[in-house]
Design a protein around this ligand. Structure first.
Ligand code: IPD
Ligand code: CA
Ligand code: CA
Length: 262
């Protein structure tokens, strides 16, 4: 018999609780840290172990499902047909290594390209934002509703630091137009700020496992989710992603159009 959405949610919350215990144990020991593309792009033994754990659990739960994951234990996925999981075992690995704080663990389930359920866990604060469009969005057991529909002039915007320095996608104009900007170094932590109503937008350019959970949960709460041109996201490619209140979305789209001379 097919599992209900609630049963899938409860099952994955159990995986996250196990992963959290494993992560908390691991940071008591020295981490095994390797560089990927640069000295700012790290992977640790914990990223690999946690991804392997999630991949095993997903295969046991849904043998037909395919997995898009960061550290290479998933599948080579070319279409969004059927059940596709996104896995980012440790999001904000630099924070994980240097701060032992402000990092997340993220999973998302999409069916035929549409979000079903997603989970973002702030590991050190023991908070999980989870849910989806047909299920509602929760922070631990508390149901969330969308906060006030503030625009940029009334709200904090969360941005990627590197993209802001390089002024990609008019990030500096977005920052200047907002009441203030914040940089967290973890997409998951950034999305949690928007989902919990502490910020009006998170804009960044990222890989699918970085934005899949935030996009699913944002959609579930009634936030706007698009690329910087206002188009739907391509879940198989890296891209610039906006998750925001409707008003902040309109403000950001205006800035993007102006920057392109439209
Ligand atoms: C990174 C973080 C960071 C974002 C990068 C991501 P990782 O994820 O979410 O905030 O700006 O684009 O790659 O590599 O630590 O999982
Ligand atoms: Ca990530
Ligand atoms: Ca990661």
């Amino acid at each position: 018999m097919e599992m209900t959405i609630e049963q899938i949610d409860q099952t994955v919350l159990g995986w996250l609780a196990n992963a959290r215990q494993q992560i908390l144990e691991s940071i008591k020991q020295p981490l095994d840290v390797d560089e990927k593309s640069s000295q700012r792009d790290l992977v640790t033994n914990v990223d690999k172990e946690i991804e392997q754990y999630y991949v095993q659990q997903i295969h046991a739960l849904m043998p037909q499902a395919r997995i898009i994951s960061e550290e290479g234990y998933g599948d080579d996925v070319q279409t969004m047909d059927g059940d596709v999981w996104f896995v980012d075992p440790i999001d904000g690995t630099l924070n994980f290594v240097k701060q032992h704080d402000e990092f997340a663990s993220m999973l998302a389930l999409y069916r035929d390209g549409q979000p079903v359920l997603a989970w973002i866990m702030d590991v050190m604060n023991d908070q999980v934002v989870h849910g989806g469009p047909d299920y509602g969005v929760y922070c631990n057991q508390t149901r969330l509703t969308m906060g006030p529909d503030y625009g940029l002039t009334d709200g904090l915007v969360v941005l990627s630091g590197v993209r802001l320095l390089l002024d990609q996608h008019a990030f500096q104009e977005i920052a200047k137009s907002s009441i203030g900007f914040r940089i967290y170094g973890s997409a998951g932590i950034a999305y949690m700020h928007v989902l919990l109503g502490k910020a009006v937008a998170y804009v960044s350019e990222m890989k699918p496992w970085d934005f899949a959970a935030g996009a699913a949960l944002g959609q579930g709460l009634g936030l706007k989710v698009s690329d910087v041109d206002g188009q739907p996201l391509n879940m198989l490619l890296s891209g610039a992603v906006v998750v925001s209140t409707p008003r902040a979305h309109a403000d950001i789209m205006g800035i993007e159009k102006q920057a392109k001379g439209l």
